[in-house]
Design a protein around this ligand. Structure first.
Ligand code: FRU
Length: 481
C-alpha cells in the first residue's frame, strides 16, 4: 500500500522498531497466546538481550506490549520458556494466584570477556498478573554453569507420569535433560545427541514434547543448529523417539529437518495448549540476520504452524502447516478445478493488486516438473518449483531483488520430497518479503525471506504437457495492524 514501509510483513509478527531474534516463552494462558522474543530495544542489530513481549488471541492480530525482562547484574536475558505452574510447585504463587514461571539463560558479558567458560547460567522469573509484569527470583541462578561455554535455552515441560518438570537444555554439541519438583532445584538426568544428528554448528533452542500418532505416544525433540543447516547457516533439525522421564532415545539415525529453507530458526512450541502443538520460528538466518535491508526493525516470526506426526517409509516425520486460524483470513480471488499446460499459465490478472500478500494452493503430478515464477514490475523474480528428476522442491532467490548485503544470499535452495505418492501438493504463502512453502501437507517445508524492490504482483506457472494442476486456488490475505 502507498506509504507502507518497504519489506514490512503485513500478517506476520514483526516489532515496530529495533532488533528481534528467537521467539521465547510462548505460553497460552486464559485465552491469550503470549510471545516473548529476544529483543534489543536500542538498535537494529543484535545487542544486550531483553525479552520483548507481544500477545494475540487468534495468532494473527498481534499487540506489542512493554518489555518483559531487562538485563541485570547476572547478565543479558537469553532464550528460554514459560510454564503455567498450576499446582504452585514453585511456591511463587500468592493468594491463590497461579504463577507463570519463565526459565531463561542469563548470559554474563563480563565473564565472557574474561574468557571464563561459565558465563551462561539458568534463571527463573515469575508473573502473578497473567504475564504482564515479571519478577526475577531472588535465588538466581537456579542452575550454575558446570564449565560448558554453550549452556543455554532451557525449554521446560511438565512430565505428567513422573510428576516433575523436565528441562531440555542445549549444551554445546548435545542436549542435557534436567528434572525438578519445584522449578528451583534441578538434577541432571541424561545427555543426548553428541553422536547423532547434524553437527555442523552449535546446538541451540531445543524443545521436547510428546505427540499422539495412531494411539501411540511418540516423543519429538527439536534442535536448532547454527551453522550447518541443509541450505547454509542456521536451521532446525528434529528427532523422533521415546522419553521415559530421564532419557531420550531416538528411533532413527536419519537426519530430519523441520524446514529446509534458510529462514526458520530457533523455533519452539507454545506451552499449555494440551495436545495441540503450535510452533513459531524466527524468520531469519544468523548468516545475514544483522544485514538484511529492513530499516526501522530487523526480524520477524514465521507464520504460526500446527505440528502433526506422519509415518512415511517406516519413519516418523513432522508435518507443519499454517495454523487453522489462518483460514478465516483468506479471501478467495480465483479457483479452478483443472488446469493443463500448453504454454505458461498466467495468473497475474488475479494477483496484481494483492500487494504480495497471498496464498496459492494446487495439486500437481510428481512425475513431472513444475515451476512457479513470482515477479514484479522491476523484474525481480522468485522461483518456486519441483524437479521430478532429483525429486527436490526448490526456492531460487538468486534474482529476487536486494541480495548484495551478503555474499551467499543470492542462491537456489533445495529440499527433498518426503511424500511418495504421485499426487503432490503445494501451499505457498507470500507476505511481501517472505515465501513459505508447505509441500505435501507440510511434509517438506521451506521458508525463505527475499527483498523485492516492490511487492510481487505477477504469478505464472510453468510445466510441460504432462503436467496437470488440480484444485488451484489463490487467496488474498489482509494487513493486520
Ligand atoms: C539462537 C540464540 C540462542 C541464544 C540467543 C541469544 O538464535 O543464539 O542460543 O539464547 O540466540 O540472543
Amino acid at each position: 500500500a502507498a506509504g507502507a514501509e518497504q519489506y514490512r510483513p503485513q500478517f506476520h509478527f514483526s516489532p515496530k522498531e529495533h532488533w528481534m531474534n528467537d521467539p521465547n516463552g510462548m505460553v497460552y494462558y486464559k485465552g491469550v497466546y503470549h510471545l516473548f522474543y529476544q529483543y534489543y530495544p536500542k538498535g537494529t542489530v543484535w545487542g544486550p538481550m531483553h525479552w520483548g513481549h507481544a500477545t494475540t488471541k487468534d495468532l494473527f492480530n498481534w499487540q506489542e506490549k512493554p518489555i518483559a525482562l531487562f538485563p541485570d547484574s547476572l547478565g543479558y536475558i537469553f532464550s528460554g520458556s514459560i510454564v503455567v505452574d498450576k499446582k504452585n510447585t514453585s511456591g511463587l504463587g500468592k493468594d491463590g494466584k497461579v504463577p507463570l514461571v519463565a526459565i531463561f539463560t542469563h548470559h554474563d558479558p563480563k565473564l565472557e570477556e574474561k574468557k571464563l567458560n561459565t558465563f551462561q547460567t539458568q534463571s527463573i522469573a515469575y508473573s502473578l498478573d497473567e504475564g504482564n509484569t515479571w519478577n526475577k527470583y531472588s535465588g538466581n541462578p537456579v542452575i550454575k554453569n558446570p564449565g560448558v561455554t554453550d549452556f543455554r535455552d532451557p525449554k521446560v515441560m511438565w512430565y505428567e507420569s513422573g510428576e516433575k518438570w523436565i528441562m531440555t537444555l542445549a549444551t554445546k554439541d548435545r542436549i542435557t535433560f534436567y528434572s525438578s519438583k519445584n522449578l528451583k532445584e534441578w538434577k541432571k538426568e541424561s545427555e543426548f545427541g553428541n553422536d547423532l544428528g547434524a553437527h555442523g554448528g552449535v546446538w541451540e533452542c531445543p524443545d521436547l514434547f510428546p505427540m499422539e500418532h495412531n494411539g501411540k505416544t511418540i516423543w519429538v525433540l527439536l534442535v536448532s543448529i547454527n551453522p550447518g543447516g541443509p541450505n547454509g547457516g542456521s536451521a532446525t533439525q528434529y528427532f523422533t523417539g521415546s522419553f521415559d522421564g530421564s532419557k531420550f532415545i531416538a528411533d532413527s539415525k536419519i537426519e530430519k529437518w523441520l524446514d529446509y529453507g534458510t529462514d526458520n530458526y530457533a523455533g519452539v512450541t507454545w506451552s499449555n495448549t494440551g495436545k495441540r502443538k503450535i510452533f513459531i520460528g524466527w524468520m531469519n538466518n544468523w548468516q545475514y540476520a544483522n544485514q538484511v535491508p529492513t530499516k526501522a526493525w530487523r526480524g520477524a516470526t514465521t507464520i504460526p504452524r500446527d505440528l502433526y506426526l506422519a509415518q512415511t517409509s517406516e519413519q516418523y516425520y513432522l508435518r507443519s502447516v499454517p495454523v487453522k486460524e489462518m483460514d478465516q483470513h483468506l479471501s478467495s480471488v480465483y479457483k479452478k478445478a483443472t488446469l493443463t499446460f500448453g504454454n505458461e499459465i498466467d495468473l497475474s490478472g488475479y494477483t496484481k493488486d494483492l500487494n504480495g500478500q497471498l496464498k496459492l494452493d494446487f495439486n500437481f503430478n510428481a512425475t513431472s516438473s513444475m515451476e512457479i515464477v513470482l515477479s514484479n514490475k522491476a523484474g525481480d523474480k522468485l522461483l518456486v518449483g519441483y524437479d521430478s528428476k532429483s525429486k527436490m522442491y526448490y526456492i531460487d532467490r538468486t534474482h529476487s531483488g536486494a541480495t548484495d548485503f551478503e555474499k551467499d544470499f543470492a542462491k537456489k535452495h533445495s529440499a527433498p520430497r518426503i511424500a511418495v505418492s504421485e499426487n503432490a501438493k503445494i501451499s505457498l504463502i507470500l507476505d511481501v518479503a517472505s515465501a513459505e512453502l508447505f509441500a505435501d501437507d507440510g511434509l517438506t517445508v521451506m521458508t525463505d525471506v527475499f527483498f523485492p524492490s516492490t511487492p510481487i504482483d505477477s504469478v505464472k506457472l510453468f510445466g510441460n504437457e504432462n503436467q496437470k494442476l488440480t484444485n488451484l486456488s489463490i487467496s488474498s490475505i489482509p494487513t493486520f495492524k
